[in-house]
Design a protein around this ligand. Structure first.
Ligand SMILES: [Zn+2]
Length: 105
């Protein structure tokens, strides 16, 4: 299990599995099912669901649902591919719902 000793990070609200470094948080202004969501460049200790196409607010994407590797709770999704050129910067990045994580120091 990856850990982030000495650096602020976010962990799974359900089981405290470390998921992402604070410095890998790109943007807090995203929306997911339960409300606010964060965009990260990198997330660890997750399991990926199968690839699927999804129509999101900003367009159509190929995404995979991401789950906590420890407790299996659904956290958000990974952008695998964007159909809109302007959305390509999201490819390979991750959305995690704010309600599913806690900030750790
Ligand atoms: Zn968990």
């Amino acid at each position: 299990m990856a850990e982030f000793l000495g650096n602020p990070f976010f962990s799974c609200r359900n089981c405290r599995n470390p998921l992402a470094l604070r410095e890998d948080l790109l943007n807090k202004n995203f929306l997911a099912k339960t409300g606010q969501a964060y965009l990260f460049t990198n997330v660890v200790n997750i399991a990926l669901g199968r690839k699927e196409d999804r129509q999101l607010i900003t367009g159509k994407f190929a995404i995979a649902t991401i789950y906590c590797s420890n407790c299996g709770v659904e956290l958000g999704w990974k952008y695998l591919a964007a159909y809109d050129v302007k959305q390509k910067y999201k490819e390979g990045r991750f959305i995690i719902e704010r309600s599913k994580i806690v900030k750790e120091y």
